[in-house]
Design a protein around this ligand. Structure first.
Ligand code: NAD
Length: 251
């Protein structure tokens, strides 16, 4: 018996990193999974990894910044599996960092759109598909949202928006049997993080020491928390932002 037996789910941005780990965990826990990403090759590879492990998955290309693409993702999920029970909105990008007075407005706008607006957009269509029978959604936030983060203001503010979006929507949809939570990762070893370390080597040492557990987190450790929150074991948990950060938030 898996935590997510008989459920069908979507994971956005599941071509690599945290999203891929969540898709693998959903499948390992018994869910049928729609893997989605803008990178088709990586998304198909996630599907292969799931199938090799004995799970059920299909790939649907989705650019979460394109409303018609998000709508098609949910429509295809319903066509493929007949229903949508669980969803994790993981796709996001941070577009640059630096002091506010040197920041381009366009870069601020893009980060807000990639991290916050697109999460809202995915929720809009996921919620519509869950209205009749209920469901559970987990949004991926970031510990940058909790106390702010110097020189990363657009990303921190956007992820703080994800937290309040999560709380507000949980209040809106609880009576319809839909639970909505967020998981806030600390510093997690992913291709996205490696790229960030390459671009900002001066930040790497500090971030590697962010957790009181004295190590980087692994994508599977985020995925375990997401699968739990999507499962019936979390049936009375909604509107929460759970830090999975090796204690980074209490340092
Ligand atoms: N890695 C960390 O330390 C860390 C910390 C806090 C929060 N997060 C959050 O976790 C999530 C995943 O991060 P990651 O480090 O695994 O990232 P990553 O860059 O390794 O992977 C992101 C995935 O999203 C996909 N993607 C990018 N733009 C997309 C779009 N428009 N539509 C659909 N898919 C798109 C990419 O192709 C890629 O497969 C993000 O929300 C990120 O903000 C990560």
């Amino acid at each position: 018996m898996g935590l997510l037996d008989n459920k069908t789910g979507i994971v956005t941005g599941s071509g690599q990193g945290i999203g891929r780990a969540i898709a693998l965990s959903y499948a390992q826990e018994g869910a049928q999974v729609i893997v989605s990403d803008i990178n088709d090759d990586m998304g198909e590879e996630t599907v292969r990894l799931i199938e090799d492990a004995g799970g059920t998955a299909a790939f649907v290309h989705c650019d979460v910044s394109d409303e018609s693409s998000v709508k098609a993702l949910v429509d295809n999920t319903l066509k493929h599996f007949g229903k949508l029970d669980i969803a994790c909105n993981s796709a996001a990008l941070s577009r640059g960092s630096g002091p506010i007075h040197q920041y381009e407005r366009a870069v601020f706008d893009q980060t807000l759109e990639m991290c916050l607006t697109n999460t809202w957009l995915c929720m809009k269509y996921e919620l519509a598909a869950m209205l009749e029978h209920g469901g559970a959604i987990v949004n991926i936030s970031s510990n940058a949202s909790l106390r702010g983060q110097a020189y990363n203001t657009a990303y921190a503010a956007a992820k703080a928006g994800v937290n309040v979006l999560t709380q507000s929507s949980a209040a809106e949809y609880g009576a319809r049997g839909i639970r909505i939570n967020a998981v806030s990762p600390g510093v997690i070893r992913t291709p996205g993080l490696e790229k960030y370390f390459e671009e900002q080597p001066e930040k790497a040492e500090g971030l590697k020491k962010a957790a009181v557990l004295n190590r980087l987190g692994e994508p599977g450790e985020i995925a375990d928390a997401v699968s739990f929150l999507c499962s019936d074991r979390a049936s009375f948990i909604t509107g929460q932002v759970l830090s999975v950060d090796g204690g980074g938030a209490v340092r």
